[in-house]
Design a protein around this ligand. Structure first.
Ligand code: UT7
Length: 332
């Protein structure tokens, strides 16, 4: 196979969610909010939240194990592990290395990739190049977040939105017409303060003051983010489809980042997609950031909604700001 003929195909998928369910009714008891406000403004009814003693690599590892098993691939054959996350186990080292050890993927290189909710798209774009070039034959792309650990549970504007979880895919070489057809990645750091955690890094290291002022928690300018999300997800989706020689009508299933039901509906309708062309699970899982697309893809697979030859469109938007999209034809 030459470089031009070789494609990266998604060979297996997996996902892992915490057991604990937090409903809108539970949140009503914690902050000044209502089930009606949350459901109407976001589409979320419940989300999964990790226990106090659980941490991100546990979910990332479970999702990766499932993806490897559905691909029929032993961990020893994995060449690279990309863990898309902004909620690592620890600031140092990369959680991907911890996952590598847990999986027993001793031959794999491993790194974390921080692109917020766009992290899975970024990871897919990077991995696709390594497979298409022939450098690597098996890559795990994991999207995993425990945003609950960075959530200010007194801030009703953010705490109702996020959920925890992990999803993973295995990429291996395949041939046209199957595989990843096109990807896109974008960023605009002038809006870095739309979604951010002010303290805990080198700019504002952890101190008693930063903890007292709750500066280790996520802050978001929701309304401005909303408008950017709709516009950029539509534009980048159109661009990758065009690059792949497809139109929105050729899309069998659109799996968008699940940030807000109204964002998903607006992007879907701007692209001219019918409701049955768009996969939505936000009502049960909330916004799981980098995990949202691979979790949704794994669910769609298990429900039998993805068939050989189907064109799948993924699009995401998140902190950075970052955004991007990918289109692939399912099968190998
Ligand atoms: O995943 C990464 C990207 N993230 C996103 O894409 C998030 C995008 N943004 C959003 O999804 C929406 O902006 C939110 C769901 C976060 C907020 O919805 P909104 O329609 O933009 O509401 P808003 O922020 O403009 O707030 C409207 C009102 C405010 O009250 P006043 O000032 O009008 O009296 C808020 O204080 O709603 C109030 N509010 C709430 N009320 C009840 C904000 N949060 C809540 C709440 N419960 N949880």
């Amino acid at each position: 196979m030459t470089r031009g003929e070789r494609r990266a195909v998604i060979r297996g998928t997996g996902s892992a969610l915490p057991d604990r369910v937090l409903t809108n009714a539970d949140l009503e008891k914690m902050v000044d909010t209502s089930d009606d406000w949350i459901a109407t403004r976001t589409g979320i009814r419940e989300r999964r939240i990790a226990a106090d003693d659980e941490y991100m690599s546990q979910f990332a590892t479970r999702a990766a194990e499932q993806a490897l098993s559905s691909a029929g691939l032993p961990a020893s054959q994995v060449d690279l592990i990309i863990c898309a996350t902004v909620t690592p186990d620890m600031p140092i080292p990369a959680t991907a290395c911890i996952v590598q050890d847990r999986l027993g993927a001793t031959g794999a290189a491993a790194f974390d990739l921080a692109a917020g909710c766009s992290g899975f798209i970024y990871g897919l774009a990077v991995a696709e190049r390594f497979v298409a070039s022939g450098d690597y034959r098996a890559i795990l792309v994991i999207g995993a977040e425990l945003l609950s650990k960075f959530t200010d549970w007194r801030d009703r504007a953010t705490c109702v939105l996020f959920g925890d979880g992990a999803g993973a895919v295995v990429l291996t070489p395949g041939e046209a017409p199957y595989g990843v057809l096109a990807t896109s990645m974008h960023a605009d750091g002038s809006m870095a303060d739309f979604i951010y955690v002010p303290a805990g890094g080198t700019r504002e290291p952890a101190s008693e003051r930063t903890v007292a002022e709750r500066r280790h928690f996520i802050r978001m300018r929701g309304n401005e983010t909303f408008k950017m999300a709709v516009r950029s997800m539509e534009e980048t989706s159109r661009a990758v489809l065009e690059k792949a020689g497809l139109t929105p009508q050729d899309v069998n299933l659109f799996i968008p980042h699940q940030a807000n039901r109204r964002i998903i509906d607006a992007v879907g309708s701007r692209l001219g997609l019918r409701e049955d062309q768009v996969y939505v699970n936000i009502e049960r899982v909330g916004n799981t950031s980098a995990a949202s697309i691979p979790v949704a893809l794994d669910e769609a697979m298990r429900k039998g909604l993805v068939r050989k030859g189907d064109n799948l469109l993924f699009a995401a938007f998140g902190t950075g700001l970052t955004w991007g999209a990918a289109v692939c034809t399912w099968g190998w």
